[in-house]
Every structure is written in structure tokens, then in C-alpha cells.
Design a protein. Structure first.
Length: 223
């Protein structure tokens, strides 16, 4: 009888975990330190490298072809930007309850979240209230030299006041949940649409080479 009771408790716990979307989402990001991607924009190529994964926060450094640091970005689960810094320039961070993002995971078409956040610019002490809406709007596959990458299309809409004016932007991110990395982004802001996309990926331990041999920079910008 005792054994049967214990078995019932275990099976009940497993059933509840299977029904709970929070239980299905990994505790930490699946990004791997050392993963590099060549990104092509309208006018140039740049390199993104995952340099740190702490819990659910993924830190990525973006450099030009010569290896000079352009900026550093922190993303929640590799998807949602929560902070960043430019080389020799400004720093910013987004203050919000990160648990509000969890209902979006594991990513699945139709899931959506909305919440308020506070954008802080460190240099001038500025604070700007922001409204955020995220929704998984579709699924696709992106072909790269190392094969096909199934991606989920996540639409990110933001609205905030800057210099007394309401600013709006909408990004559509082609997100690879296995790599915890966006492989393409379409950006619409102030009536202008731009985009960038990953054209090659190098993962630690793989023989394919995404970047040429180049001199690494001497320091890392931290937030």
C-alpha cells in the first residue's frame, strides 16, 4: 500500500510537470559559450560571439571584421534584450520582472506576453517607461552552410517616450531555440525597415570555420 501511494505521488508529479509550461522550459539558456556567427547587414558584415551564459542571461559581443568591439548585448534566454553597452560609449539596461517573460517558453506559435518595463540609460541617469508585447507568430526553416535550422518567428513590439515623443518599433526575430540565437531580424522603426541575418555559424568543437584568423581585442566591456 505504501509503495502504491508513493507511485501515485510520483506519477501525479510527472503529470503536473508535463502540463506546466514553466516545467517544460529549461532552467538556463541553451546557448553555448564560444558560438560565433557571421552577420550580414545592408552595408557590412560583423561577428557575434557568445561570451558568457549566466542562468538565463546570454552575453554576446559584436565585433567588426578586424576584431574591434562594437557593442555588447545581454539577452534573456538569448531572445529578449535586457542590457547592453557600446565600445567606449553608453550603457543601458531594462528593469522589469523577468518572470513575466516565462509564459512565452517553451516557444510555441500563438503564445504571447505583454508587460511594462523601465529603460535606463546609465551615463545620463535617464529613465523611460516602456510597453512591451511579444508574440510567437510562425515557424520557418533557415538554410545555413551547416544545415537546416528550424526557427520560430517572434514579433517584439515596443512603445516608449523619448524626448517628449512617443517612439514605436517592431522587430521580427527568426529565433533558433536550440542555439538560443536569433538568425535573422527584421526591424521596423519610424517608417523605415532594415534587417540583418546570420550567414554562417561556428560552434565550439566543430571543424567548420565561420571567422578568419584575427587578433582578439585586449579587453571586454562589462555592464
Amino acid at each position: 500500500m505504501i509503495l502504491t501511494g508513493r507511485l501515485f505521488v510520483i506519477l501525479t508529479a510527472l503529470f503536473l510537470a508535463a502540463c506546466d509550461p514553466y516545467a517544460q522550459a529549461p532552467i538556463s539558456s541553451t546557448a553555448i559559450i564560444g558560438t560565433k556567427a557571421i552577420i550580414k547587414t545592408h552595408s557590412e558584415q560583423r561577428i557575434a560571439e557568445v561570451t558568457d551564459v549566466t542562468g538565463k542571461i546570454v552575453t554576446t559581443e559584436f565585433t567588426n571584421w578586424e576584431g574591434e568591439l562594437l557593442y555588447t548585448q545581454l539577452d534573456y534566454r538569448g531572445l529578449f534584450p535586457v542590457g547592453g553597452s557600446e565600445h567606449g560609449g553608453g550603457q543601458w539596461e531594462l528593469d522589469f520582472d523577468q518572470n513575466l517573460l516565462e509564459p512565452l517558453f517553451p516557444l510555441q506559435k500563438g503564445k504571447e506576453v505583454s508587460f511594462k518595463a523601465n529603460l535606463k540609460t546609465i551615463a545620463d541617469g535617464g529613465q523611460h517607461d516602456m510597453w512591451v508585447h511579444m508574440e510567437v507568430i510562425g515557424e520557418k526553416s533557415i538554410s545555413l552552410p551547416d544545415g537546416q535550422h528550424p526557427v520560430l518567428l517572434v514579433e517584439l513590439s515596443r512603445e516608449y517616450k523619448w524626448n517628449g515623443k512617443i517612439q514605436r518599433s517592431t522587430d521580427v526575430m527568426y529565433f533558433d531555440p536550440k542555439l538560443s540565437m536569433t538568425l535573422k531580424k527584421v526591424i521596423r522603426q519610424r517608417g523605415v525597415q532594415t534587417y540583418w541575418r546570420v550567414v554562417s555559424i561556428e560552434r565550439p568543437g566543430h571543424v567548420e570555420q565561420a571567422t578568419p584568423t584575427r587578433q582578439r581585442r585586449s579587453g571586454t566591456v562589462m555592464i
